[in-house]
Design a binder for this molecule. Structure first.
Ligand code: HEM
Length: 155
């Protein structure tokens, strides 16, 4: 099993990146749907269209992409732990990635809760809130990608 994973490390790494892209892309589009959803009349056809679009974005893109990105990441982590030992994760760049990941998982939970509120017609947040917070997952992605690529220049 470990030999198989180690032998396919680069393939798993590529898949990890692809699923991460879909996860982040989904979390960038969902609040945009919320913003346009808020402009529709409750109970109208457009209201129903946005509810369905939000449901599908979460169920077909965001949730599966997160699970697959996490799964690939954990497989990579198993190989790295065996090769490099657990100290690998105590480096500042790795801790930075972990901190940004905790934020992304929390944000994922937050937008899925908001999706349920929109579906129930009980959204509590303003259009301005969603416009202002829209870039947060992208900021987290920038932090993560630059931490893993530069390793803070300590290779
Ligand atoms: C879901 C939880 C995640 C876990 C458990 C995880 C874990 C890992 C591990 C163990 C590696 C291999 C590191 C190496 O040996 O090079 C890796 C690579 C990578 N991860 Fe993640 N990751 C996760 C999420 C993310 C996210 C959200 C992003 C970007 C926004 C990301 C971006 C990358 C990139 C770009 C690489 C390739 C870097 C390289 O190999 O030099 N990961 N990840």
């Amino acid at each position: 099993m470990m030999d198989f994973l180690a032998g396919h490390f680069d393939l798993i790494r590529g898949l990890h990146i692809v699923f991460v892209m879909a996860w982040i892309a989904g979390m960038l589009i969902l609040p945009r749907l919320f913003v346009y959803h808020m402009k529709t009349e409750p109970g109208s056809d457009m209201d129903a269209v946005f509810k369905l679009a939000e449901l599908r974005t979460l169920r077909i893109i965001i949730n599966p992409a997160m699970i697959l990105a996490l799964l690939m990441g954990l497989l990579l982590a198993m190989v790295d732990t065996q090769r490099l030992g657990p100290d690998f994760y105590l480096k500042p760049w790795a801790l930075t990635k972990i901190a940004a990941l905790i934020f992304l998982f929390a944000w994922h939970g937050f937008v899925s809760k908001a999706r349920r509120q929109f579906a129930a017609g009980s959204n509590t947040r303003s259009e301005k809130f969603w416009r202002m917070t829209n870039e947060l997952p992208f900021l987290a992605a920038i932090v993560i990608v630059l931490s893993v690529t530069t390793k803070f220049l300590g290779h």
